[in-house]
Design a binder for this molecule. Structure first.
Ligand code: NAP
Ligand code: G4F
Length: 324
């Protein structure tokens, strides 16, 4: 049988890089969509760049995606591209809507026109639960987004469901809770903390400035989550799935643990900074992954403690090599 072909939008991001590695390990032919920029940053994909085909396109431009689909004819499309930083979405709400919301319609429409048999994965988010209606959150929990990003993701989720129901497309939505790794962007709180810990340990900084320490998140390991994305598209029928660990921890707990990995006391270094508080906060996220466990046979394999230790160790290593 010929190898399967997958298109990944957002291949240069955290999840895109792990998913590409995973699909390559299963002999997929991987096409990665990248957008034009004045300085290309392939930091996360440099180690396998010669094994994937990179093509130019943008979620803002439907024609570019239609052309890619017609030319490369993938069996599966994983839509991971987005303006993914919640804080930025208040400063750039229209841009966030263009990319994170309408961008999903553009990909779905391009698939509908090029080949409606292509299987589609949409990167939905636990941010859609926002001001939560129940604890833990599951596929049936009503949405109450608290940021322009969350609102855009709700649109992306429902347009995926709508194309599934309107056109019979194999369009699936993975509602993923926060997942992190040493490849996480430096602006997200986990990586900001582990990078800060490494810089303080190595004598480059003497403080770490953070916002709300009380927020609670269900943090898992990104490499575990991309495997479940693939499993979703191997099912006979499209569906919606929550991916989460089922455990929640506060930003404060994350700090405490991260500093303890290098034998430092977090209270001596962490300072509160109003700039990092949000106009509206998501206070508590904790997911129920039992549907994914039952239907996909998926379970996260990395504990919170191991995740924090992995990220701190990787950042200390990078700082010692002068890389961050
Ligand atoms: P990320 O590291 O921020 O990566 C985002 C990717 O999207 C990058 O490759 C970026 O390209 C690309 N992109 C942004 N705007 C684009 C556009 N207009 N056209 C084409 N590509 C564009 O995000 P991530 O953490 O890997 O997350 C992947 C997806 O899952 C996102 O949709 C995110 O919203 C969603 N999600 C993430 C989490 C999480 O905890 N990580 C949880 C739930 C859902 P550049 O490299 O050029 O910037
Ligand atoms: O790391 P964060 O920026 O992630 P957030 O907002 O939960 O969003 C991430 O997870 C979503 C899934 O639920 C994804 F859809 C989304 O794309 C992204 O990957 O912030 C986590 C928490 C927030 O409550 C924030 O207020 O940490 C709090 N926080 C406290 N101080 C901070 C800081 N967040 C950041 N980024 N920087 C701070 O200094």
């Amino acid at each position: 049988m010929p190898a399967k072909k997958a298109l990944i939008t957002g291949i240069t991001g955290q999840d895109g890089s792990y998913l590409a590695e995973y699909l390559l390990s299963m002999d997929y032919e991987v096409i990665g969509m990248i957008r034009r920029s004045s300085t290309m940053s392939f930091e996360r994909i440099a180690h396998f760049q010669d094994r994937v085909t990179l093509v130019s396109g943008d979620l803002a431009d439907e024609v570019s995606m239609l052309t890619i689909l017609k030319e490369h004819r993938p069996n599966e499309v994983y839509n991971l591209a987005a303006q993914s930083f919640v804080q930025t979405s208040w400063g750039q709400p229209v841009f966030t809507g263009e990319t994170t919301a309408l961008g999903v319609t553009r990909v779905l429409d391009a698939i509908r026109m090029a080949d409606p048999e292509i299987r589609f994965y949409q990167a939905s988010s636990s941010e859609m639960f926002g001001k939560v209606h129940e604890v833990p959150q599951r596929e049936t929990t009503p949405f109450y987004p608290r940021s322009p990003y969350g609102v855009a993701k709700v649109y992306g989720h429902w347009i995926t469901v709508n194309y599934r129901e309107s056109y019979g497309m194999h369009a699936t939505s993975g509602i993923l809770f926060n997942h992190e790794s040493p490849r996480r962007g430096l602006e997200f709180v986990t990586r900001k903390i582990t990078n800060g810990v490494a810089r303080i340990k190595c004598g480059l900084d003497d403080a770490l400035y953070l916002g709300n320490l009380d927020a609670q998140r269900d943090w898992g390991y990104a490499a575990d989550y991309v495997e479940a994305m693939w499993r979703m598209l191997q099912q006979d029928s499209p569906n919606d799935y929550v991916l989460a660990t089922g455990e929640t921890h506060s930003v404060r707990e994350f700090c405490e643990l991260a500093f303890s990995v290098v034998d430092l006391d977090w209270e001596k270094y962490v300072r509160r900074d109003e700039r990092f508080f949000r106009p509206a906060e998501v206070d508590l996220l904790v997911g129920d992954p039992s549907k994914a466990a039952a239907l996909l046979g998926w379970r996260p394999s990395t504990s919170f403690e191991d995740l924090v230790a992995m990220m701190v160790t990787a950042d200390v290593d990078r700082v010692r090599k002068g890389l961050v």
